[in-house]
Design a protein around this ligand. Structure first.
Ligand code: FAD
Length: 412
């Protein structure tokens, strides 16, 4: 198996990590995998697993204990997501809930928001979702169209979101909106919207290439009244919040890509050791051995970089560029590894009941969500060419001012 030759992973090397890993594995093997095929048909998991996971303390493990979280460091949250991916439980949307949505509330929320939202999310009573993407825009988040108009004592929300993970089962959606649409001051704000709000409706779960048991859906807001207290942080700071928090989300995708790659390699080692052709195990062909050697090497190098990124994230030192590199490299790698492993399964690799087939399908989205890999390259290149992009920004600002008839900046 791959682990036999891999480096020891210092980032998860404690008794506590081993206990959390085992508890997660047991939970997934007993409460999730026996039902996963049925949930793929249903396009969603049974919501009881959320409360069961909450009771076991597997949700929001790095949120403060004051709000019902585990009070652990962020590596535990990544570890849980790794184990879930390594078990092939791709329908379980805990990562979006615990590792992506909850940190926004923890970082930017008021004490009351944390008590209500985190309190319910840590126990699994509420399922969390994050609504940024819209039918008309995903990569260009500054161009969202969902509005929240200030009506004095509440916001009036209109618009829609799409591809929302946990969307169908969600109880609370952190939603990106524009509070001053069409004005010079229009910027993105984040609103906490509860799913039972009148005017808030959900589409049916979308039929997808992979992650079939995960409820991904459209959300619609039609004159939804949202309390003023539900604004997260400051008005029009949402874009900055998203750009800050996306680093953790991207690292989480990298962690899952690493785990998915490891599973693909280990499943393949097992298969090629048993399956024979020309009276020889498939493992006996040099082509198989070389492919496995190449894939394990690539995985080991990537794993070392991702572990370094986790260590940086624990100390709040991970940069946007590093997170983007981790996501870009590992998601592309997972695609390559899943494809090559599937080839070694022959026809069985194309059959859905084989994990490698699901692995191949599930891997594809990692290059798309949490920002596409093209957007990752933009983030990384901006870090490499800061002067060029600063100059470009200045020129664009000046051009916009001249377009709107406002005075041009003076030459001095
Ligand atoms: C299964 C799944 C789950 C998801 N979960 C969530 C969720 O929970 N919450 C949420 O808000 N969103 C979610 N998303 C949405 C996801 O983040 C977006 O699909 C993604 O950001 C891309 O946006 P888009 O689909 O609008 O593609 P577009 O932005 O339309 O991009 C289309 C293509 O153009 C390329 N492109 C765009 N801009 C540039 C550029 N400047 N330079 C070069 N190429 C460019 C892109 O890379 C891509 O290849 C999910 C998506 C999927 C498929």
């Amino acid at each position: 198996m791959y682990e036999k030759i891999a480096l020891k992973r210092d980032v998860y090397d404690s008794e506590e990590h081993r206990m959390v890993a085992q508890a997660t594995k047991d939970f997934i093997e007993q409460e999730v995998m026996p039902f996963h095929d049925q949930w793929e048909e249903d396009q969603m998991v049974d919501r009881n697993i959320w409360t069961k996971a909450g009771e076991l303390g597997l949700l929001c493990v790095d949120m403060p204990t004051e709000y019902g979280g585990g009070g652990m460091d962020v590596s535990f949250s990544f570890l849980i997501d790794e184990i879930i991916s390594e078990c092939g439980a791709s329908g379980v949307g805990f990562s979006l809930h615990s590792n992506i949505m909850a940190p926004y509330i923890e970082k930017y929320g008021t004490h009351e928001q944390k008590q209500r939202v985190l309190g319910n999310m840590c126990s699994g009573k509420w399922i969390g979702a994050l609504g940024m993407t819209e039918p008309g825009t995903g990569s260009d988040l500054q161009n969202i169209k969902t509005t929240a108009v200030d009506k004095g004592d509440h916001w009036l929300v209109n618009g829609s979101k799409t591809f929302i993970t946990n969307g169908y089962l969600s109880d609370v959606v952190l939603t990106a909106v524009k509070t001053r649409p069409g004005t010079e001051e229009e910027g993105v704000s984040m609103l906490i919207i509860e799913s039972d709000s009148p005017g808030f409706t959900k589409g049916k779960p979308l039929k997808k290439l992979g992650l079939k048991a995960q409820d991904t859906c459209e959300l619609f807001f039609e004159d939804v009244k949202v309390s003023k207290e539900n604004l997260l942080g400051e008005e029009r700071k949402g874009f900055i919040y998203m750009m800050t928090e996306l680093a953790r989300e991207r690292l989480d995708v990298a962690v899952q890509s690493i785990a998915g790659s490891r599973k693909a390699i280990n499943d393949t080692i097992k298969y090629v050791s048993e399956r024979k052709a020309f009276r020889t195990p498939i493992a006996g062909f040099q082509n198989t051995q070389f492919k496995l050697a190449e894939m394990a090497t690539e995985l080991q190098v990537a794993e070392a970089f991702v572990d370094k990124c986790i260590a940086l994230q624990i100390n709040h030192e991970l940069t946007a560029e590093q997170a983007s590199m981790a996501k870009l490299y590992t998601s592309e790698m997972h695609g390559r590894i899943a494809d090559q492993c599937l080839q070694l399964f022959g026809g069985y690799g194309f059959i859905w009941e084989y994990d490698i087939c699901k692995n191949y399908a599930d891997a594809r989205v990692s290059r798309i969500y949490a920002g596409t890999n093209e957007i990752m390259k933009i983030v990384i290149s901006r870090g490499l060419l800061p002067d060029y992009f600063a100059e470009l920004k200045k020129k664009r600002k000046a051009a916009m001012k001249s377009d709107t008839g406002l005075p041009k900046p003076s030459a001095s």
